[in-house]
Design a protein around this ligand. Structure first.
Ligand code: PEP
Ligand code: MG
Length: 879
């Protein structure tokens, strides 16, 4: 088995094996770009190591062979006493996980080779590099708490009377190395390893192990990256950006990752190493300034950027280092970008003839479209602007200021919206960043950790607000002090920060969908173009779940092609709740019939409104499906009221009656109790009233020149006999009401009880359509109470990797998905042409939409705001 590949042997399509970084280093090498030589250890080796808890057989020998070849090619030996080759050992998974895993630089330095390095790079540089190695190696490979090294460094600076690392001279750093070695020995019980090859092997193991570090696991869950991929390891000859003013390091984008505009974008930091830029520790200068610092390298870099964009046919981001005037490419990849840039760039590349429209919709996602539908700030009123900095990840976030990740998690857990304010963030802040509405930092640019991670999560972020002076529990800016607990508003598009709460307004993309957007906007144009293409490509229809005329009208503007679920129980809330309560508790036909007679006209009017809003399009009306307790007074409240009345000697006659009725009907598991079709079979006249109201409303709309296309849906069916009983009664009513009006009504069922899915062939005999209720199907398929489990224990399931995402959010393809597949196949076998849809929450989830396309459903139905997302994903699924 080959576990190690030289850069010359790989290419960009081998990301599964070589990780993203390794595959792209190989691609650049083969394009003839200046990449420092090196090799990549595969993800396969990592997986074997993590599985067997030891390096796989043959790996050590293969590393040795590659290293020897590298040494021969460069003409220097790893850790050589006179003129050492040094290498970096870097993680690189298939999907970028910025800063989540480990890197060790300067591997190969020891007590002898540091002297050799000094003769070539100078004493100070050599001892500083050695110090960095012991620190990084100690912390990442041997788990020495990083604080010990930090403290020793602070002490050395204090001793010197300075706060700046650069003031420490070679002697200070030599002394610091001695201290660091002592710290290392105290914590590990061994000397700092002097054998360069041992250093290398230990560093490789540490990178493998870092795949399972807590923060990496958390990031993967957040980004839905599978937990079992493993990381590759890149061993690369070191080049140095910190050898003086003619050296430096930077990052660049071939287009603006915020908007997609073409131009030169990036940051440069002279006399620094790569990690300094990404960590955002010192403020960088705009890339354009490199032209005056080192014109030859600048011109070469622009040429390489053009080559890369042409080659990858997409926006690329790049990390580079200049060592004494020589440019080196350290990394490239198809760059992360904001949602707006993803759409604009895709449309631009179509205009430029670089990609076609299929490729363009492949490059955008429903999740990104969702981000573009977030509201923006409405700045028409007066607002105090605190500062203006780098808009690093778009959105409008309002929240309470907090200064550390733990506090952000705590307050967010109490339901508060928080803005995490930090000098800079590091991977340990990840939990707080997830919990926060937005992130504000005082240092670092568009490529700082905070910016990269926030963009990846679609979270609002403003960076590099260097006017902010952050102290304990407060920051001061332009004379205003903002303390923890105060509210601020941050705009991740413009980088503006405001004191207090700024109101928000709908985004341009939402206004476009609403049909109220006016003017010219490249983003709106791009969205329009891509949505039209997705619509032309998709075979899945997209309907919306809506219970009111207003929701239905909005859904239609968003592109819904009908209603897939009207939950009629929602029509019985508010003042009508009492009527349903009376109906459920009614004793004897006269009382019941009186209530039904009162409900009929109300329901009819509801349906007329819906049919008119969806004129000409199908409207699925589900017969009432309340878990009973939602419509009855609370047992506890009633019992208390009766007891209090008793104490006071008052007459609680009616309440006592009610109490005994509620006690009689009380259920331990209401979700598995008297709901859905069961209620319809038990309460005479209830479904009949609804069917009549639907039919009368449809006839009324038809008579007034409209076109109503009702589909009556029976909930919670588990056996065909249930459906047959309801159907027989409904058909009589329909025949009676519809007469010769020309209205057509379908009768079908939800498939949301596992038994229904497994007997779908029988059920299809009595159903003209199925709609999968994947909420209940998940609840009953897993036996997870949908109202209780997510907050209670899903965190543990996610932690253990039992699933990567809640099955209530994204369909569990293997289990619940299999029920959907079985029911679809057996239903269609029994009744060819059976119409199939889904109306659970999964209908608007991008991954699930792809699954429903694969299974061959006719439509998905989701909430109005997710209709555009489902349209786009249905188009993407079809190409
Ligand atoms: C479902 O169960 O998926 C469904 C759509 O019905 P409800 O959410 O109303 O139970
Ligand atoms: Mg349901």
């Amino acid at each position: 088995m080959t576990y190690v590949y030289a850069f010359e042997e790989g290419n960009k399509d081998l990301k599964d094996l070589l990780g993203g970084k390794g595959a792209n280093l190989a691609e650049m090498t083969n394009l003839g770009l200046p990449v420092p030589p090196g090799f990549t250890i595969t993800t396969e080796a990592c997986r074997a190591y993590l599985r067997d808890k030891r390096l796989p057989d043959g790996l050590a020998e293969q590393i040795e062979a590659r290293l020897t070849a590298l040494e021969e090619r460069i003409g220097r030996r790893l850790g050589d006493a006179a003129d050492p080759l040094l290498v970096s050992v870097r993680s690189g998974a298939k999907f970028s996980m910025p800063g989540m895993m480990e890197t060790v630089l300067n591997v190969g330095l020891n007590d002898e080779s540091v002297e050799g390095l000094a003769t070539h790079g100078g004493e100070r540089f050599a001892w500083d590099s050695y110090r960095r190695l012991i620190q990084m190696f100690g912390a990442t490979v041997c788990e020495v708490p990083a604080g010990y090294f930090g403290d020793a460094l602070d002490k050395a600076k204090h001793h010197k009377g300075t706060k700046n690392d650069l003031d420490l001279d070679a002697d200070d750093l030599r002394a610091l190395v001695a201290t660091y070695k002592k710290i290392f020995e105290e914590h590990t019980g061994r000397r700092f390893p002097q054998d360069p090859r041992e250093q290398l092997h230990l560093a490789v193991r540490a990178v493998f192990d870092s795949w399972n570090a807590d923060r990496a696991a958390l990031y993967r869950r957040q980004e839905r990256i599978p937990a079992d991929l493993g990381t590759a390891v890149n061993v690369v000859a070191m080049v140095f950006g910190n050898l003086g003013p003619d050296s430096g390091t930077g990052v660049a984008f071939t287009r603006d990752p915020g908007t997609g505009a073409q131009g030169v974008y990036g940051d440069y930091l002279a006399n620094a190493q790569g990690e300094d830029v990404v960590a955002g520790i010192r403020n960088t200068v705009p890339l354009q300034e490199l032209e005056s610092i080192d014109k030859a390298s600048y011109d070469q870099l622009l040429g390489i950027m053009a080559t890369l964009e042409e080659h990858y046919r997409d926006l690329c981001d790049i990390e580079f280092t200049i060592e004494r005037g020589k440019l080196w490419m350290l990394q490239t990849r198809v760059g992360k970008r904001t949602a707006a840039a993803a759409f604009t760039i895709a449309a631009q590349l179509v205009d430029e003839g670089v990609i076609d429209l299929d490729e363009a919709i492949r490059r955008v996602t429903g999740a990104q479209l969702g981000q573009l539908m977030f509201p923006r700030f409405d700045l028409s009123g007066a607002h105090q602007e605190l500062t203006r900095a780098v808009g690093a990840s778009p959105g409008a976030a309002v929240g309470t200021v907090v200064f550390d990740a733990a506090r952000a998690i705590e307050l967010a857990g109490q339901g508060e919206s928080v803005i995490l304010v930090r000098r800079e963030t590091n991977p340990d802040d990840l939990g707080g960043m997830i919990a926060a509405q937005g992130i504000l930092t005082s240092r670092g640019g568009k490529t700082s950790h905070a910016a990269v991670v926030a963009r990846g999560m679609g979270k609002t972020c403003v960076c590099g607000a260097d006017e902010l002076e952050i102290e304990r529990g407060a920051f001061t800016v332009r004379g205003t002090r903002v303390a923890e607990g105060d509210t601020i508003s941050i705009d991740g598009t413009t980088g503006r920060v405001f004191l207090g709460e700024v109101p928000v307004e709908p985004s341009s993309v939402v206004r476009y969908f609403e049909g109220t957007f006016e003017g010219e906007d490249p983003l709106v144009r791009a969205v329009d173009r891509l949505m039209r293409h997705a619509d032309a490509r998709r075979s899945l229809r997209v309907r919306s779940n809506a219970d009111t005329g207003e929701d239905a009208a909005r859904a239609r503007r968003f592109g819904a092609e009908g209603i897939g679920l009207c939950r009629t129980e929602h029509m019985f809330l508010g003042d009508r709740r009492e009527l349903v309560e009376k109906l459920i508790l009614a004793e004897g036909p006269p009382a019941r019939e009186a209530v039904l007679a009162a409900l009929l006209p109300l329901q009819r009017a509801d349906f007329v409104e819906l049919f008119r809003a969806m004129d000409g399009l199908p409207v699925t009306v589900r017969l009432i499906d309340p878990p009973l307790h939602e419509f009855l007074p609370s047992l506890t409240d009633l019992a208390v009221r009766v007891a209090v009345a008793g104490e006071r000697g008052e007459d609680a006659g009616r309440e006592k009656e009610l109490l005994s009725a509620v006690q009689r009907m009380h259920e331990q598991n209401p979700m598995l109790g008297l709901r859905g079709v069961r209620l319809g079979l038990v309460v005479p006249g209830l479904f009949a009233m609804q069917v009549r109201a639907i039919a009368e409303a449809a006839v009324e709309v038809a008579r007034s020149g409209g076109s109503a296309r009702p589909e009556i849906m029976v909930p919670l069916v588990g056996a065909v006999q249930e459906l047959e009983t309801v159907r027989a009664e409904a058909e009589k009513i329909l025949a009676d009401v519809i007469g010769d009006s020309g209205v057509e009504v379908l009768i079908g069922t939800m498939i949301e009880v596992p038994r229904a899915a497994l007997t779908a062939g029988q059920i299809a005999e009595a159903a003209e359509f199925f709609s999968f209720g994947t909420n209940d199907l998940t609840q009953m398929g897993w036996g997870f109470s949908r109202d209780d489990v997510e907050g209670a224990f899903f965190w543990r399931y996610l932690e253990l990797g039992i699933f990567g995402i809640s099955p209530f959010e994204s369909l569990d393809r293997d289990g619940v998905g299999r029920l959907v597949r079985i029911a679809s196949e057996e239903g269609r076998a029994a009744r060819p042409g059976l119409k199939l849809g889904v109306c659970g929450e999964h209908g608007g989830d991008p991954d699930s939409v792809h699954f429903f396309h694969e299974v061959g459903l006719d439509y998905v139905s989701c909430s109005p705001f997710r209709v555009p997302i489902a349209r786009l994903e249905a188009g993407r699924a079809a190409i």
